[in-house]
Design a protein around this ligand. Structure first.
Ligand code: AMP
Ligand code: ZN
Length: 115
């Protein structure tokens, strides 16, 4: 079965891409759980954090530093934001392609339910 994130990365599927580098792509979550909700995804198809080891340190580091770049770019670095990674079905992971969620931009009264 095809991977929806690989399809977005390879432009086969429409995605709202806001940032990309040689190693990763960031796009808007289709069902945002926050005023700003961006997914940061390595170009390489890795299923989850459990499928990584020390040889993937660079990719994992890149995901987090891109999350900081995106937060600055989206104007939520000052106010603060959440970086969330769901791992496996029991951890709430629905899409089997490694990704982090960058969430922020809430107002005081907003519900802050995580993805
Ligand atoms: P997770 O539960 O961590 O696997 O999160 C997967 C996220 O991908 C969810 O927040 C979905 O709303 C989001 N999502 C699913 N399909 C798409 C898509 N085609 N474009 C953008 N985001 C998507
Ligand atoms: Zn994939």
């Amino acid at each position: 079965m095809g991977c929806i994130f690989c399809e977005i990365i390879n432009r086969g599927q429409k995605g709202d891409i806001i940032f990309e580098t040689k190693e990763l792509v960031a796009f808007k979550d289709i069902h945002p759980k926050a005023p700003v909700h961006i997914l940061v995804v390595p170009r390489q198809h890795i299923v989850s954090l459990v499928d990584t080891d020390a040889s993937r340190r660079e990719i994992l580091g890149n995901l987090f530093s891109a999350a900081a770049d995106i937060a600055r770019m989206q104007g939520i670095a000052e106010s603060g934001f959440k970086v969330v990674m769901n791992v496996g079905r029991g951890g709430g992971q629905i899409i089997d392609h490694l990704h982090v969620h960058v969430l922020g931009g809430w107002k005081e009264e907003d519900n802050r339910e995580l993805p």
